[in-house]
Design a protein around this ligand. Structure first.
Ligand code: PAF
Length: 282
């Protein structure tokens, strides 16, 4: 596995792969890899001839007072995991490499970033859209793979790839869960034992709403109340939002016609966690 830190070298390496006629699959990450990330890499291996992974904790997508400084990092462990998944190139640029002095260009995706995390984390998707655009320009992948835990992020990236005429196919992969249902996230690492126990309620809340949906309920009000009631049982959980949204536009919906995304964000102590489930008519 080649480890590359400079943009110039990364561009040359991906150009060489393209010249060999190789289809490039790309998995952008912020590191501290878990099984969820590895499942994206396995998909990348399956759909591409060459697999490139990036690790970059992107400062522009963290708001003031968020967890940029304490975001978990372990590059040596991540390298071993990438090697184990047959990654061809690991791109690990520095902050200065991505945002040199006097950097001043940002990508704003409009409507799809307004709701859900866009409301509670102003500027977050501007940072995501900017860094993903830059990474796509540097790596020039044929296929890019993202997890559906960050479902709105996936919708934002699909939108920007379409709007900016990028020649990349953006693929979403299902959420990878711990055995008790908690969605895998690098941030789970922040949780104390007690908080980790409480975090189980997030998936229980999603399952409860899905159960009621599968019994025929279609009203957003009723479905969301069912989910909220499960969260309320646990005093450690502070819900940030519990919403039903259109899967493409992320607009809130009053009823589920064919399908919708039930999305939850909560705070448990100092940790913010998100999760979601798709409600779809059988
Ligand atoms: O999902 C992530 O890890 C990040 O938001 C991403 C897509 C790598 C951009 O920094």
């Amino acid at each position: 596995m080649k480890v590359i830190e400079s943009i110039k070298e990364m561009k040359e390496a991906s150009q060489a792969l393209r010249a060999e006629g190789k289809k490039i699959a790309f998995v952008p990450t912020m590191g501290y890899l878990h099984e969820g990330h590895l499942s994206l890499m396995r998909k990348g291996r399956e759909v591409g001839d060459a697999l490139i992974v990036s690790i970059f904790v992107n400062p522009t997508q963290f708001g003031k007072g968020e967890d940029l400084e304490r975001y978990p990092r372990d590059i040596e462990r991540d390298k071993e995991l990438c090697k184990g998944e047959g990654v061809d190139i690991l791109f690990v640029p520095s902050v200065r490499e991505i945002y040199p002095e006097n950097y001043q260009t940002y990508v704003d995706v409009e409507d799809v970033t307004k709701n859900l995390c866009g409301t509670s984390r102003p500027g977050h998707f501007r940072g995501v859209a900017t860094v993903v655009t830059k990474l796509f320009n540097i790596v020039r992948p044929d296929i890019a793979i993202f997890g559906e835990k960050d479902f709105q992020q996936l919708a934002v990236i699909k939108r920007l790839a379409l709007d900016l005429n990028m020649d990349v196919e953006v693929i979403g992969m299902p959420i990878f869960r711990e055995s008790d249902g908690l969605a895998m996230s690098s941030r789970n690492n922040y949780l104390s034992q007690e908080e980790r126990g409480a975090a189980r309620s997030i998936y229980r809340a999603l399952r409860r709403a899905k159960e009621v949906f599968d019994e025929g309920e279609r009203s957003a009000g009723v479905l969301l109340n069912e989910a909220r009631r499960v969260l309320e049982i646990c005093p450690l959980i502070e819900p940030e939002y519990v919403k039903l949204a259109d899967m493409g536009t992320m607009e809130y919906v009053d009823r589920v016609e064919e399908e919708a995304l039930l999305a939850i964000a909560v705070r448990i102590g100092k940790t913010r966690l998100i999760d979601n489930i798709i409600l779809r008519k059988m």
